[in-house]
Write a protein that binds this ligand. Sequence first.
Ligand SMILES: Nc1ncnc2c1ncn2[C@@H]1O[C@H](COP(=O)(O)OP(=O)(O)OP(=O)(O)O)[C@@H](O)[C@H]1O
Length: 486
Amino acid sequence: MSIEADHQAVVSARGIKVEFGAVKALDGVDLSIMPGEALGLVGHNGAGKSTIVNVINGGLLPHQGTIGYGGTTGSGGIATARANGVRCVFQELSLCPNLTIVENTRVMHAGLSGFGWRQRALSLIRAKLDEIFPGNHIDCTSTVGELSIAERQMVEIAITFAAVTDTPKLVILDEPTSSLDAGLAEQLLAHVRRYVAAGGAVLLISHILGEILSTSSRIVVMKDGRVVASRPAAEFTVHSLVEAMGSVVKERARGGARALADAPPSIERAPAFGSQIAFKARKGEIIGLAGLGGHGQTDMLLDLFRDRSSNWLPGHGDAIAFVAGDRALNGTFPLWSILKNLSIGSLPHLARMSTIDERGEQALGTDWKNRMEIRTPDMGNPILSLSGGNQQKVLFARALATRAEIVLMDDPMRGVDIGTKQEVYAILRAEAEAGRTFVWYSTEMDEICLCDRVYVFRDGAIVAELAGAEIEEKNVLAASFSGEAA
Ligand SMILES: Nc1ncnc2c1ncn2[C@@H]1O[C@H](COP(=O)(O)OP(=O)(O)OP(=O)(O)O)[C@@H](O)[C@H]1O
């Protein structure tokens, strides 16, 4: 990009290098964003996307390189970035859980001060939530800790787009739809398109390539700390994006066609909350839980996990594993190493005379590091040194490494890159064929279509059961909204 164009750019990063010990997180990155541009940023887990976001946002000072805002050049910093209209919705949501939504709005907008600030904050956030997510039922006087992960994401997005004294010029959205269902995600992406059409700039990071392609004007691909492609979005397809990221597109093995109908169920649950449909999962099946987010899918998974005695059928042991959806809240042990976070689920099998078989633990770590492509130089490093997607892989590996016959998954692929997802789908299918049962809540339609059978949820109840060729987007959506398959 020319120096003249750099002057017009909302932000312009040149030759940025950041290292964490031996890891070169950014190795000479150039990135500029112009007003009115929706820039899509993609790359494998650990490619450096969140790190460049932190540099642009001023939270991280680069070891080398310059960062300029609207033609000014300097070394960055949070105050400079904020003064130049840079706002960020982080991958790890950053609201204060013990404060109300209104109070969180005040924390992010210092301009809401003086007499009557609560009322002004309430009007501001209420209006922004309704503008971006029409039809939401969020009570803005509630404490953030009481909200679901999707609601927290919605609130953080609304606070970021809200303007008190200064209008945001660049909004960075780091995996903003990871906790939103398809309907909410589309509302957000429509808002992004309107915001950009009105002259704002957005940097959108996502592993859902469909939304990157449909929303961005230009796409930048990162790989191993470098930018490897930067072109207009119209020049990319899902295929070419995946290839640019360094992965290979594999043929999807669709679920549904397997002859499991005669196998005895391993879990069964009577119809609940006015539903006519009982839940059953047979040995070797991958069961999908679909429907709009927050309609009872996670509650049912927790119920199956907690109340084994009433849901489980005799003869199926008691080994059950759960992959949590909210990684920070109930997934990772933040002070532990990557290896300890992985091996905690397998301790009964690693125990030798009241001590841990360390060689066995190391071998388990090496095996799953390779199978899941966990990107770290050392499994002894702290879990928080991993990128978000790589932390998610560890949680997945923790469950799969156990001997649990039944694995419950609460939307566990959030933030995992497409190359790894394909590997994990193959592992799931192989493990199911070896006799494991998976119950998988997913907000991604592509994943629901990989399942053998699908239960669609609405208002806390199962409203439809789909199998085989019936598992199609239109049927899932029809049941999610009207309670009946199309
Ligand atoms: N605080 C840290 N300490 C050590 N290493 C770190 C730290 N933060 C990031 N890294 C490393 O820097 C690299 C880039 O990480 P980054 O979070 O930018 O990746 P990403 O592209 O955002 O990945 P994801 O898609 O998983 O979010 C990774 O190898 C990561 O392990």
